[in-house]
Design a protein around this ligand. Structure first.
Ligand code: HAM
Length: 424
């Protein structure tokens, strides 16, 4: 029979790799708590209409990347991103009435039917955050500062922060018109994909990777030229705050993003292309001051970001850490097994990480396994040790062995592990 395989673009993470993932996730959670964010969990499945309304009908995500199915006449979608669900939950639980400012973060899987390649998957994990209720440019700058700090902590010191402003709906309309005016006489020089976008969603053309489009866009107008005075003031203040924080950034006037909900501040953080290939965008985010009201809530400003965890793991220089274990309990013979089962339980109760070998294997095979799992000590007990009320404690790093009374084993091991820790 053929072995079943995972769905294309959806990956397993086995414990060896998981250590690197956990390192990133833990650093993220630590950073977010440090900045006063609380963790939120929302469902993986939401009504399809939520994403259509929040993300926008003419986006790639909604048009062709959503996993949508019907269950009992209801159209449901595996979430392609976390912001729409967070806003839904924020409103459903009456949070805007309960607190003026809300800071949430999340870590979880997202689903997009994209063409899989390095750094681009169909199920991927995001670490993201949303701030509701703070319209000021200081919170935009604080978010960049937080991200730069987090990236440094996980070993991505050279990430490039690109910032832009999309202004409000009126500015985008003005820009859209200016862009259409500029591009229309050059339509036949655009890629076929961008030609189609010219009528539906011209701003998305700026995001094209096609060299034909890049050439046409070289002299295109910049959105920063058509911003209102208020939007310009917001963007300038945001940049002044970044300067005050010493956060590195570049203004990228052509930066647009694949989701339609953004207003004003927009940003992306890129890692080294050499490592990440086409998936070099580590973090994407921005303000979406209209979404809460668009989804039926009060007018509440919001800003957020999400980072792709797989991409962070690829970008961060973390060595493959070997799993480690404090104790490996190796029973010999039937009496040994019963004795060691209790011994292993007592060790774990004292906080000593322990694996018990229940295979009835030879001592040699058990010690091989103890070394393979990175155990610090092997505890050996056969019929003879049980009868004498002792255990053999073998220091696997120093290849020393001593006989310890069963009653003293837990305390002895804790002492040795403590010494070990202070020595390292
Ligand atoms: P996004 O730019 O669509 O934004 O995704 C954010 C990040 O998720 C990307 O920069 C990338 O690292 C990762 N990512 C996206 N698609 C894939 C994929 N197919 N495979 C691997 N990684 C991927 C959002 O999702 C917004 N919700 C961010 C946000 C939050 N804006 C405001 N609040």
């Amino acid at each position: 029979m053929n072995l079943l395989r995972a769905v294309k673009g959806m990956n397993d993470v086995l414990p060896g790799e998981m250590a690197r993932v956990q390192r990133v996730e833990r650093a993220f959670a630590r950073t977010m708590e440090l900045y006063g964010f609380g963790e939120v969990r929302t469902p993986l499945v939401e009504p399809t209409s939520l994403f259509v309304r929040a993300i926008g009908e003419a986006t790639d995500v909604v048009e062709k990347e959503m996993y949508t199915f019907t269950h009992h006449d209801e159209s449901l979608t595996l979430r392609p991103e976390g912001t729409a669900g967070a806003v839904r939950a924020y409103l459903e639980h009456g949070v805007p009435q309960a607190e003026p400012v809300t800071r949430w973060y999340y870590i979880g899987p997202m689903f997009r039917a994209e063409r899989p390649q390095r750094g681009r998957y169909r199920q991927f994990w995001q670490a993201g955050a949303e701030v509701f209720g703070d319209a000021g440019p200081a919170s935009d700058a604080e978010m960049i500062d937080l991200l730069v700090r987090f990236l440094r902590e996980i070993g991505v010191p050279d990430a490039r922060v690109m910032v832009n402003s999309l202004g409000d709906a009126a500015a985008r309309e003005r820009y859209r018109a200016a862009l259409v005016d500029y591009l229309t006489p050059k339509t036949d020089r655009l890629s076929p994909y961008s030609q189609r976008r010219l009528t539906e969603n011209p701003l998305r053309i700026l995001d094209s990777k096609d060299p034909r489009d890049a050439e046409v866009l070289a002299d295109a107008p910049s959105i920063l030229e058509v911003l209102s005075a208020e939007d310009t003031a917001h963007f300038d203040a945001f940049r002044r705050h970044l300067d005050a924080l010493g956060a590195p950034y570049e203004v990228a006037p052509r930066l647009v993003r694949g989701l339609d909900y953004y207003t004003r501040t927009l940003f992306e953080i890129k890692g080294a292309t050499a490592k990440l290939g086409a998936g070099d965008t580590l973090v994407g985010g921005g303000r979406y001051d209209g979404m809460v009201a668009d989804l039926g809530g009060p007018s509440v400003p919001a800003i957020g970001f999400a980072a792709g965890i797989e991409r962070l793991v690829i970008a961060s220089d973390s060595p493959e850490t070997k799993r480690s274990l404090d104790a490996f309990v190796a029973p010999l013979g039937d009496a040994g097994i019963a004795h060691c089962l209790v011994l292993a339980r007592d060790l774990r109760a004292a906080g000593v990480s322990t694996e018990l070998d229940g295979r009835k294997a030879t001592l040699k095979a058990q010690l091989r396994r103890a070394n393979a799992v990175g155990a610090r000590f092997a505890l050996i007990a056969g019929d003879d040790e049980v009868a004498r009320g002792v255990v053999q404690v073998k220091d696997l790093a120093r290849t020393q062995q001593e006989t310890v009374a069963r009653a003293d084993v837990v305390a002895t091991l804790r002492r040795k592990l403590g010494e070990n820790e202070s020595a390292s």
